[in-house]
Design a protein around this ligand. Sequence first.
Ligand code: ADP
Ligand code: MG
Length: 249
Amino acid sequence: MTEASTDTPMIRVSAVDKYFGSSHVLRNVNLEIPRGQVVVVLGPSGSGKSTLCRVINRLETVDSGSVLVDGNPLPEEGRALAELRADVGMVFQQFNLFAHKSVLDNVTLGPTKVRGLSKSQARQEGMRLLERVGIADQADKYPAQLSGGQQQRAAIARALAMRPKVMLFDEPTSALDPEMVSEVLEVMAGLAAEGMTMLVVSHEMGFARRAAHRVLFMADGEIVEDTTPEGFFESPESERARDFLSRIL
Ligand code: ADP
Ligand code: MG
């Protein structure tokens, strides 16, 4: 991988189109995210938010256009792809933890396989990350023994264990009981404050106002607004954004 200079955007999505069969789900999407920026993505269901995350993480290919992460194009397969995925941490709505592995094993698996850490190094680092997300005392339990909020924090620790350059969050609190939302947002806000580059699909407006530098509003596969949190919530420009906000506020 080439060494990127500090003014290379962390993420550069250029003229990306993506189809599923005949449905055009990303339409000429252009997006540059500088390092350290926190971007919240909002938009109605089906507008392409998850697909945008998935093309950045190379879980989906694009039909045209390009995606660069820290200046590097997306490799097609193999070792380089595993390494690129390690650069891009992803946290999903459904925590996607390995059910038959302990919380700590969930966190150490990737680093030992992809980053070549020894088991003891990975465990040491894993425990540090579990402490950071506030669940070190759950290390030896299985995911099903944890609350939803704890599972999602474990998923964040697992993603961080790969030492990603950027973190993608796809509706990380949507599957949680309301009382567990804030403990997860707290961890995310902490990461944002430490300078992590983040793309966060979430309708949590409190988080957007507090932690985001920028808000994108998507509709029908397009980025319709790209502005500040204040700009978006106080004075959305498009009819579609106003309509969306009137339904979620
Ligand atoms: P959002 O996350 O904003 O709800 P998605 O990115 O999940 O939107 O979906 C955008 C569109 O692409 C939707 O119409 C959805 O049905 C479609 N879609 C998403 N994933 C697939 C897939 N794997 N196969 C076919 N269609 C898909
Ligand atoms: Mg989605």
